[in-house]
Design a protein around this ligand. Sequence first.
Ligand SMILES: C[S@@+](CC[C@H](N)C(=O)[O-])C[C@H]1O[C@@H](n2cnc3c(N)ncnc32)[C@H](O)[C@@H]1O
Length: 268
Amino acid sequence: MVHFTEEKATMLATLYARALDARREHPLLGDTAADEAVKRIDADFSKMGVNSDSAASVAIRAKAIDDRAAAWLARHPEAIVLHLGCGMDTRVYRLDPPETVRWFDVDYPDVVELRREIYPERPGYTTIGSSVTDFAWLDQVPDDAPALIVAEGLIMYLQPADGAELVRRLVGKFPSGHVVSDLFSSLGIKVQKLNPVVRRAGATVHWGIDDPHELERFGLRLVSSSDASHWATPETVRLLPLGSRLALQVTALVPAIRRMGRIAEWDF
Ligand SMILES: C[S@@+](CC[C@H](N)C(=O)[O-])C[C@H]1O[C@@H](n2cnc3c(N)ncnc32)[C@H](O)[C@@H]1O
């Protein structure tokens, strides 16, 4: 049986969430590769705190980040992609970029080892097993093209000083680039134990960001920001389970709650 603890264990929960979504009659994301992976990984997914509503919210977040990343990549077909804290996410297969894109999936070594067992290789695709804040990994990445940096469910797990240093180094490395990431607000950090995935994994989130302009101090320029009630497109909302649709409507009415989760994009 695979064994991951704390923040690493959360990536099995988000994988399972996308698998559950793929099993629905009308999936939001339709990540069938996630479902195949879940069937091959020996883990007790039922104990990870994921239900149909949380699965829907993970699928919505993944779709929202996919759409943003795909839109930027379509304009930069020669880009370098850094997918940080990739976990077992199949984003590279979902977006299926052309071979001119050099894509790097980065996560801790044992997470990357599991990826290599489960997912096939593909041209232009490399996995790097390292903490994103042990910065020597950056030497494995070329710096001769604009970079797309995607981080989903990662930033909140970093210590703020480490996260700031990571952003500074990324901005300093490439000629230009674009960052797509989700964020937790400071309230999201305070109430983290209400999040069953975080609680059951025994994980701790540290870095709350109330205003995505805060990252401009480290060399980024904010280009867009949307809170959790705006991630789903109208077509997606129609496909949501009833409970999730109601939760979304309630969330939209309470600014502090709907701002607990945010997806932002920055240029540099
Ligand atoms: C909530 S999971 C998200 C995984 C994936 N992005 C997804 O959406 O399924 C958090 C991921 O961040 C990774 N992570 C947390 N801190 C990290 C660090 N310092 N370096 C590399 N990966 C990290 C964990 O190992 C885990 O895979």
